[in-house]
Design a protein around this ligand. Structure first.
Ligand SMILES: [Zn+2]
Ligand SMILES: [Zn+2]
Length: 246
């Protein structure tokens, strides 16, 4: 199916339209063999609050951006190579329904679809594209993923010391290793996590100890995350569109 579409005029036209919607703010998307599988609006969990984003699934990349004018103009384009992607379902919780995690070595985040059907279509198609890529390349998928950041709103106090209350002065920070919302004193250390940055990044005291002890300490993800929507542990970082600070 994908091979048949790859050289079709309809596919080329659709990709050209997507390119056009991003304008000069986006990367060229038309390359030989690339197929646009599907598109739609998903709610992406960002640091401050969930935000509506336009997503495009190609057979080798996932592209998303901010919607300026629906179906006409997008900006802040992000391109995620699918070969590094792992997806995990997220159980429904209150208003947040039909969600799943998109995890990559550089960043991981949750998205939510409007309906359960849309969710299963997205997850099936992404899963199939990733499998096809891994089979073609013969490379094993990467095991390590960036931590999914706990949204700011889920922590009124530091999730490590449980003491420091967040205020405009006592700001929230995110540990790049475990994704928890932590206070300044609990995250004074930096550590080099090469998949996330070429420079050392902020980690919490607990993760720093774990990282520097050569892996003898218990994994941080064996700790519970009070109030967290995701028990998926592991490592990561958000982005991007709203995370200028840390
Ligand atoms: Zn603290
Ligand atoms: Zn940590």
């Amino acid at each position: 199916m994908v091979d048949r579409l790859a050289n079709s005029e309809a596919n080329s036209k659709r990709i050209a339209i997507v390119e056009g919607c991003f304008g000069t703010a986006g990367q060229p998307l038309a390359i030989p063999g690339r197929v646009l599988i599907g598109e739609g609006i998903l709610t992406k969990v960002c640091r401050k609050k969930p935000k509506t984003r336009q997503f495009f699934l190609f057979n080798d990349i996932l592209v998303y951006g901010n919607i300026l004018i629906q179906k006409k103009k997008y900006n802040k384009q992000h391109i995620i190579p699918l070969e590094s992607v792992t997806i995990d379902t997220v159980p429904d919780d209150g208003d947040l329904r039909n969600g799943w995690l998109i995890k990559t070595p550089t960043k991981s985040f949750a998205v939510y679809a409007a309906t359960a059907t849309e969710k299963s279509e997205w997850m099936n198609h992404i899963g199939k594209c990733v499998n096809d890529l891994v089979q073609k390349s013969g490379k094993a998928p990467t095991g390590e993923h960036a931590a999914v950041w706990v949204p700011d709103s889920e922590a009124t106090v530091c999730m490590r010391c449980q003491k420091v209350k967040f205020t405009p002065v006592s700001r929230r920070h995110h540990c790049r290793k475990c994704g928890l919302v932590v206070c300044g004193p609990c995250s004074e250390k930096k550590y080099l996590l090469p998949s996330q940055s070429s420079k050392p990044v902020r980690v919490c005291e607990f993760c720093y100890m774990q990282l520097t002890s050569g892996g003898l300490a218990p994994r941080s993800d064996s700790l519970s995350r009070p109030g967290s929507k995701f028990n998926t542990s592991n490592l990561s970082d958000d982005d991007d569109d709203d995370d200028s600070s840390d």
